[in-house]
Design a protein around this ligand. Structure first.
Ligand SMILES: Cc1ncc(COP(=O)(O)O)c(C=O)c1O
Length: 401
């Protein structure tokens, strides 16, 4: 293991020793202590109640509703399914706008719900959908907008709500990254018609897999609960079709433990985020992009923008170099969803040019942050990035040779 890279051949891509012994991944990747997990699982075994809205799922819904300051929190198998169920429960038809700069599931969930996806660009500074980037595609054929609250920041939901209300269009939110984030003194959860959170292992609140649909509309919540269980939820609310979006007790057990540890995990993220911001500040051509539009972020991602000309190597070359050092950086989101199947082959998207999405897809990198990362690792990663910049001319030339 070696962090000091004085000459190009010290880098693992050119035969040197990797800076880290084990791969350091991107993602929150929270693990409770084995003792606490064992105790939670023992309770499940003793009750003999594994799924079908058991006591732990019910407790998580109560506690998440409190955290998000919302009347209804409906746990689901994952956020992708939550988005499909949300669109169905809202009775949406026709066209829905989504930002192209998002995880592919945002758009694909709408396709599964039988909707036609229209792509909008995002803001250059915040990476979020804004009224200015939404307006050009908000024509009379659009029935809904699915906005995304990215990176532990927000898209400024109040301004979007105003625009969509003016245009008579349903607004709902993919808040997969948004657990614990607040804006305007209110947590995410009760904006728009509904908000969907992800409890994937890489997210701020992990259930290993999972998600939650939040809404202040009790009738909509009853429809969602009915859709969630193919047995029906008992509530006599007519829905077009039911499914299986159930959330197991094992998922709920992990999420509840994580909820207990959330303040400590967020504080750890904030510390690491500050360390990266300071550690990368003096390196030309790489800039940390802080989450925007939030009173206080949970810092679930460390997002940096690489300017190839000034940094001396492309974002992709840096990711390759870091991977050899066992730093598993990511390129989210690449490419923009309008350039992914099945959307890229649609004649309307072939000619679609979304300059900011395409720019961000080329230049952004996510560095490891979360429960598996400590300050020492951040320091070593920043040193590596600095050395990559300093030796970039030699590294690029040697790799090309
Ligand atoms: C913006 C966004 N939306 C939706 C999802 C899908 O979440 P899940 O994996 O819980 O289905 C993700 C997951 O990474 C995401 O980043």
């Amino acid at each position: 293991m070696s962090t000091l890279k004085r000459v190009p051949t010290d880098f693992a891509v050119l035969g040197g020793t990797p800076a880290f012994d084990h791969p350091l991944p991107v993602g929150q990747l929270y693990f409770p202590s084995w003792e606490r997990y064992e105790e939670a699982m023992r309770g499940i075994f003793e009750r003999g109640w594994f799924t079908n809205h058991g006591p732990l799922a019910q407790e998580l819904e109560r506690r998440f509703a409190e955290l998000a300051d919302v009347r209804n929190a409906i746990t689901v198998t994952n956020a992708t399914l939550g988005l499909v169920m949300g669109a169905k429960a809202l009775g949406l038809t026709g066209r829905v706008v989504v930002p192209s700069f998002t995880f592919v599931a945002t758009a694909q969930a709408m396709t599964w719900a039988g909707l036609e996806v229209v792509f909008a660009d995002v803001d250059r500074e915040t990476h979020q959908l804004t009224p200015a980037t939404l307006a050009p595609v908000l024509d009379d054929d659009v029935s809904a907008v699915l906005a995304v609250n990215l990176w532990g920041g927000t898209c400024g939901p109040d301004a979007l709500e105003e625009l969509c209300a003016e245009r008579g269009v349903t607004l709902f939110f993919d808040s997969a990254h948004g657990t614990g984030v607040s804006v305007g003194g209110r947590p995410l959860g009760g904006r728009g018609a509904l908000e969907v959170f992800s409890f994937h292992a890489t997210k701020t609140l992990s259930a290993t897999e999972g998600g939650c649909v939040c809404t202040d509309d009790d009738e909509l919540a009853s429809r969602l609960r009915n859709i969630r269980s193919s047995y029906g939820a008992g509530a006599p609310v007519a829905v077009e079709v039911t499914g299986n979006g159930r959330f197991s007790e094992a998922q709920a057990a992990i999420a509840l433990l994580n909820l207990d540890d959330l303040p400590a995990n967020v504080a750890n993220n904030a510390r690491l985020h500050t360390a990266y911001t300071e550690g990368l500040a003096g390196i030309d051509g790489i800039r940390v992009v802080a989450p925007t539009g939030a009173d206080e972020s949970t810092y679930p991602y460390l997002v940096a923008e690489v300017d190839e000309t000034t940094f001396g190597m492309s974002r992709d070359a840096l990711v390759g170099l870091l991977a050899a050092e066992n730093v598993i950086a990511r390129r989210y989101f690449r490419p923009g969803v309008h350039r992914l199947p099945p959307y890229r082959d649609d004649p309307r998207n072939v000619a679609l040019h979304l300059p900011t999405t395409e720019h961000l897809a080329r230049t952004l990198v996510q560095l490891p942050i979360g429960a598996l990362v400590d300050l020492g690792s951040v320091e070593r990663i920043c040193t590596l990035v600095g050395a990559a910049h300093r030796l970039s001319g030699h590294l690029v030339a040697r790799e090309a040779a």
